[in-house]
Design a binder for this molecule. Sequence first.
Ligand SMILES: [Zn+2]
Length: 435
Amino acid sequence: MQRDSDTADALIAADWVLTGASRLGTCAPDASPAAGGALGIIEHGAVAAHQGRIVWVGPESDLAQSVDLAGVPDSARLDAGGHAVLPGFVDSHTHFIFAGDRAEEFQLRHAGVSYEEIAERGGGILNTVRATRAADAETLLALGRSRLRSFAAHGTTTVEGKTGYGLDMATEARCLAIMDALAAEPGLPHIIPTFLGAHTLPPEYRGSTEGRARYVASICDEMLPAFAGKARFCDVFCERTAFTVDETRRILARAQALGYQLKLHANQLGATGGAELAAEFGAVSADHLDFASDNDLRALAAAGVTATLLPGCSFSLAMAYPQWQRFREAGLHLALATDYNPGTSYCENMQIMLALAVNAMHATLEEALLAATLGGARALGMQDEVGSLEPGKRCDLLVLTGADERELAYHFGVNLVERTVIGSIPSAKPISLPE
Ligand SMILES: [Zn+2]
């Protein structure tokens, strides 16, 4: 009798449970003694959660003796139907708040006009800036919501979102307010807001060095102080067509002093010194890195900066892909993200990024999946919150359409995610985009 009451006392309280998984890829080899391999796979694994957090992970055969299932209503029991289950994707680099599209420029680029040339003609980012400034808050909110539902439908449960299509106080503030409003809507991915006022020089400041200096000053003296506490990260596009190393250093120093965590668009189109700056400032992540040298990669690894790889850009810009092996050999923590944006990677589907990572960058599927989940979490400083299926983390997961996660990257161009769960709540169904 004593033994029975001990066992009863030890049962873990839960209000949500997943069973029926063929393979549960925890992305955490220590999640359970039953987890094996780089992905911490539990054959016939189950998950229990309480108030949106995972409280137990293990083989389904151990579930009833570990978790108090009496407290789980029928409506909160999810049967994976013999399909594989993984943590939700953490997309640590997106620009999902904008209006308009750039389909015409995309065609021009592929007809031989360079991205930089289009930018110099006032196209590129500025095209989206015009459309975003002209859009009212209601339109931007509806666009953001539709896009987030589509992210979720493809398996993403956490989305970093950057401003940077406003480039003035009012529009940047509006974009942050929209992300804040969307963050409160249930069934949508978690949103991590980033201030990217230093995305490109706004048109009204162009044409003189004095104008450049005034815009950098407006970022440092007006926008950064106003958005402290509203945006978690500050990011800068450090590139020939955007901001110089000196300008970037000034912005990062000010942001750091105001309590922002740092990210950097670095070495995407050339060896511009961004990667060195990311290491110097101890940024949480350095993103792109197509033109990072071996020294840059070593410096980033030594500084503990996560390298975020964005193969959707290489794909859309028809550029060579950075090779995974270089980053692996540098001992870097790696994240894989979409860089969802209307110019250079108009794709919210992390499964496509997995396919590109494996087929074009020569990652193993395990490496790519870890970079798309726990790596993305690390690129947001959230590795204790999301990115793997283990007790204490948010109950964010996806159920695939098939029994084996190894179909990912192999069977590409279709949606292999059957359903997504965010904080124990099934994600909202996609809706069509507003015109
Ligand atoms: Zn970007």
